[in-house]
Design a protein around this ligand. Structure first.
Ligand code: CMC
Length: 393
């Protein structure tokens, strides 16, 4: 069976070759298809970045128009799929609702399941990009007991999502373009991050030739964990807890450093970045801007900045090269926009979707791809004989 090496957590093992995203963790560099994240965040849009990640190049004006139009045409959910949401308890976390609904797309759209048919892959790609915002908004509406709003295809993807989430049928939705632009930019920042836990999951599920919808559903589940995308919700809960206890960051930091009850500084640390996460730097600026406008009295931003300052000057964090990651400041922005903490990881999923799709497609187009099937180091019993039930103590 050959020589097997153990690399728990894949710290040093590459699972594939990829031309999508480049990270230099030591220098805090992130590029999609060669383009620096700072330039994309400032100049591009989520739709354009989705195109870039999936097809490899920035679109021409006509390519962008066609792509946008295709997505626009697929925003509706099958009427029966709408009823699917009624089966969940109202107090359910939206992540399992969203991942289940995405998995259910395999049942409702059976004409786009074949991974070996490029036209079907194209159709499932467009369907996912178009329908995930609708699914996410419906999961939110279900949780607050409000009616679902059909997509309005005269609006852009992010604007439509905001309207379906916060709008009501009884009154026109008053869209704030600055909020829409900020959310669009945050989705750009989340759009890909090479072989992270959820993307590796999407690749692994897809490597068995499972369809795109079901592979993405697997990725959404992996993302939910607090060590990954669930960290944005966990950060806000941590800040709330510190605030409720009187805002004492020193005592909290003491517990983190002593590893008391496994307490971590959520939103800090990263497997690859051993320097400031370039996404966190951009998010921090946005947090200043958005909170100044929407929630100038929010005391949690001050607590977050205080924690960061303490951490960046503390030996525990310096020695371990722990810096704020993308999740540290995002929750404060989402909350100021009106999202409850339970929706934060759903927003991460919306952003990461094009990255997952790009990786799934790259994997299928790579002749070197084989089914993902890691080996193990066996540590169990050596061979022993079966003992009859009457003979067992
Ligand atoms: N607070 C306190 N100590 C930490 C933290 C933290 N947030 N992160 C790492 N450490 C310590 C860890 O205990 C270990 O210490 P020691 O050497 O004494 O055992 C050392 O730093 C190395 O950490 P590690 O756990 O071996 O690092 P990893 O690469 O396996 O884990 C991580 C990376 C992101 C899971 C981890 O840093 C973490 O749990 N951070 C908090 C959760 C979080 O913010 N996750 C979001 C990640 S970025 C976006 C995303 O992927 O979704």
């Amino acid at each position: 069976t050959g020589y097997v090496t153990l690399d728990a957590g894949f710290v040093n093992t590459a699972s594939c070759s990829s031309a999508i995203t480049y990270i230099d963790g030591g220098n805090g560099i992130l590029r999609y298809r060669g383009y620096p994240i700072e330039q994309l965040a400032q100049n591009s849009t989520f739709i354009e970045v989705s195109y870039l990640l999936i097809y490899g190049e920035l679109p021409s004006a006509s390519q962008l128009e066609t792509f946008t139009e295709q997505i626009r045409r697929h925003t509706l959910l099958h009427e029966d799929l709408k009823r699917f949401f009624d089966g969940f308890p109202r107090n359910a976390h939206p992540m399992p609702v969203v991942s289940s609904a995405v998995n259910a797309l395999s049942a409702y759209y059976q004409d786009s399941l074949d991974p070996s048919d490029p036209e079907q892959v194209e159709l499932s790609t467009i369907r996912l990009l178009a329908k995930l915002p609708t699914i996410a908004a419906y999961a939110f509406k279900k949780s607050v007991g409000q009616p679902f709003l059909y997509p309005d295809n005269s609006m852009g993807l992010v604007e439509n999502f905001l309207r379906m989430t916060f709008g009501l049928p009884a009154e026109p939705y008053d869209l704030d373009p600055e909020i829409a632009a900020a959310l669009d930019m945050l989705l750009v920042l989340h759009a890909d991050h090479e072989q992270n836990c959820s993307t590796s999951t999407v690749r692994l599920v897809g490597s068995s030739n499972a369809n795109l919808f079901t592979s993405i559903s697997g990725g959404i589940n992996a993302l939910w964990g607090p060590l990954h995308g669930g960290a944005n919700q966990a950060v806000l809960e941590m800040l709330d807890e510190i605030h409720a206890a009187g805002g004492d960051t020193k005592d909290f930091m003491r517990r983190v450093k002593n590893k008391e009850d496994g307490v971590k500084l959520m939103g800090f640390g990263h497997r690859v970045y051993k320097n400031y996460d370039p996404r966190a730097a951009i998010v921090k600026q946005t947090a200043d801007k958005i909170l100044d406008k929407l929630a100038p009295d929010d005391e949690l931003l001050g607590i977050a900045k205080g924690l960061e300052e303490v951490a960046l000057n503390d030996d525990y964090f310096i020695e371990r090269k722990l810096y704020p990651n993308v999740d540290f400041y995002t929750g404060l922005i989402y909350r100021a926009m009106g999202f409850p903490p339970r929706m934060f990881t759903v927003l991460f999923a919306l952003g990461r979707l094009p990255g997952w799709i790009a990786h799934w497609r790259e994997m299928h187009n790579d002749p070197a791809t084989k089914i993902g099937r890691p080996r193990q180091i066996y540590t169990g019993h050596t061979a022993r004989d079966y003992v009859d039930l009457s003979q067992r103590s």
